[in-house]
Design a protein around this ligand. Structure first.
Ligand SMILES: *Cc1c(COP(=O)(O)O)cnc(C)c1O
Length: 428
């Protein structure tokens, strides 16, 4: 019998916080930043045709290094994945009255990017093996208003990209991948983020690699790349000067990355494989040690796919455990180890969707006269996503750098303590 769980008054397994920095920021990044600071330009962008329309030397260098890594023709940098997602949805031609099918079990920005173009986010359910979009549910959500599918490779594992691509091709839709959580992961030999027409990466400070804030959109399509560049950099004052013919959705923002960030990004991409390797090695250790607990379901890795464990998803079997998930999570948190209940609340349950209010108070874009469809955000819309969030799923980030087997072992010890005392936890 192991020690008394902390939630019952015992000593916690861990009593210090986890390290903050999850990527390897080292002398390489330091030197790259100093070089920029000693030069003339902290940004090289200018919103007029010509060389500087595409940014400074470091921005272009970073874009080349990403295009080379992912083997795509273009990598267009942005100041966040959110701005990259917005630009990608706009470049796909989505506008007022168009629907885009996406997952409700993702960071809110995925769906917001659709609303930002005045499009309508339509939520399809997820499958419960790897928590990506369920192609069967996507088919059920297709209407004559559907313009694109925005899938998410969530937690570090690809969604069912082949089937989603087949649906998109069959119906003349564009497939966009939100690949913020799975850079460097593979689906049937291809990199996640390169199967769809565009794939979006995040470089914010808690993603696999970072530039503080930042994003990249990958594409092989020259026209899409140009549209992305216009949207990034005040397209409205550029299209006239270059006689750009199809100006819809080229209204631009300032989504430009600075030279300092880009210089860091060029160093970070060199470390991506190593950081991914460290996480998957730790995840393998964790999975092996957790398999003996009959009330836990360790992550599934589909055939010919890789998992990056940006978050390590763990399913909880309440019947086998004899306590509910939330009690288990509270007990784990009392041990001082990192574990969360669910992931995010399915997005459509947030007030913006429940009250259908985004722009102004007149329910735009949801009740825009140009939208003649009938979108639903009712509770129960995506039963699997709701069940994962409210009762079945837990996520932990303990596999990330610079954690080691010590933190993994602590996690397992905490599970053991709780498992040994489970009957005492039934009434708390
Ligand atoms: C982090 C994240 C984003 C947003 O990234 P930012 O760079 O912070 O804008 C979008 N989608 C998913 C799935 C994410 O995890």
């Amino acid at each position: 019998m192991s020690d008394k769980p902390a939630i019952l008054g015992g000593a916690p397994v861990r009593n210090k916080p986890y390290p903050e920095h999850s990527t390897m920021i080292g002398v390489e990044e330091e030197q790259a930043v100093i070089e920029v600071l000693r030069g003339e330009h902290l940004s090289g962008f200018s919103a007029r045709p010509g060389d500087r329309f595409l940014g400074g030397v470091k921005v272009r260098e970073m874009e080349q290094s990403f295009a080379a890594y992912f083997d795509t023709r273009f990598a267009v940098s942005f100041n966040s994945a959110t701005s990259g997602l917005h630009a990608a949805v706009a470049a796909a031609g989505v506008g007022p009255g168009d629907e885009v099918i996406t997952s409700p079990y993702t960071m809110s920005a995925t769906a917001s990017a659709i609303a930002m173009t005045n499009g309508i986010p339509v939520f399809a359910d997820i499958e419960e093996r790897t928590f990506g979009l369920d192609p069967t549910s996507v088919r059920q959500r297709l209407t004559k208003h559907t313009k694109a599918i925005l899938t998410v490779n969530i937690f570090g594992h690809p969604s069912q990209l082949d089937e989603l691509k087949a649906i998109a091709d069959e119906h003349g839709l564009m497939l966009i991948e939100d690949n913020a959580q799975s850079p460097g992961m593979r689906f049937h030999g291809e990199y996640c983020g390169t199967v769809g027409s565009m794939g979006v990466l995040s470089l914010n400070y808690h993603k696999g690699i970072q530039t503080g804030e930042g994003g990249v959109v990958l594409t092989d399509d020259e026209d899409l790349a140009e549209r992305l560049q216009l949207i990034r950099n005040h397209g409205e004052v550029v299209v006239g000067k270059i006689d750009y013919p199809a100006i819809e959705n080229t209204l631009g923002w300032n989504y430009r990355l600075t030279e300092i960030q880009a210089a860091i990004g060029t160093e970070q991409i060199k470390k991506l494989d190593k950081l991914n390797g460290l996480r998957s090695n730790l995840a393998a250790v964790l999975t092996k040690k957790l398999e003996k607990f009959d009330f836990l379901r360790t992550p599934i890795v589909e055939q010919d796919c890789t998992h990056g464990y940006y978050l390590y998803p763990l399913k909880f079997d309440q019947t086998a455990a004899g306590i509910n998930r939330d009690t288990f999570v509270r007990a784990m948190q009392a041990e001082g180890v990192s574990l969360g209940a669910g992931y995010v609340k399915p997005i459509y349950l947030e007030p913006m969707y429940q009250r259908q209010i985004a722009y102004g108070k007149m329910h735009c874009p949801f009740k825009c006269p140009l939208y003649t469809g009938d979108v639903s955000y009712e509770q129960g819309l995506c039963p699997t996503a709701e069940r994962m969030h409210f009762s079945d799923l837990m996520t932990t980030d303990i596999c990330k750098y610079p954690n080691t087997e010590t933190e993994v072992e602590e996690f397992v010890v905490a599970v053991e303590k709780i498992a040994d005392h489970i009957s005492e936890l039934q009434n708390i």
